[in-house]
Design a protein around this ligand. Sequence first.
Ligand SMILES: [Zn+2]
Ligand SMILES: [Zn+2]
Length: 182
Amino acid sequence: MRRFTNDYNPDGKEKRSEARQAAGNRCLRCGHPYECGSHGKGEWSHCDNGCTHAGELRITKANGEQSLINASHMVKFMLSPSYRAGRYIIRIEAHWRILTVHHMDGDKSNDAWWNTLALCQRCHLEIQGKLDPETPFFLPHSEWIKPYIAGFYAKKYEGRNITRQEAEERMTELLAYELKCP
Ligand SMILES: [Zn+2]
Ligand SMILES: [Zn+2]
């Protein structure tokens, strides 16, 4: 049995950058965008129309006024012309959503495509809390994570590293390894 390690691969930085690019430089789960090198310490980063999250936001108005809010509306809605009309919002930034890479099976040296999920810090924490690779899943998966789970199962049950294309093609069959009806 392979011993898991917490060490990153020496070329892990490049692999993580590839994982981000494969995800279109956005969090796979909440859509928050990533611009390499533009986030300083990473506390605040710009939102755009691709964001599907709400949460802690910093709003900047045309007159420079800033306010911090905990939004229940999705950013996408707040960026819409109808919402912005009269509110003079020129910028929305989210709190702690820099794009990290989550290793699905917990093995940080395994940089297979299905094992490296580009997730912002917040989604990373939530997924890590919910997803225990050792425990069989019994709830339906969200659409965005299905190909990665399929790749993970191919490795876990068939001992093979498959391509993303194969994961897409055999999705139903692969997910059925654990997704059982009660
Ligand atoms: Zn996210
Ligand atoms: Zn955002």
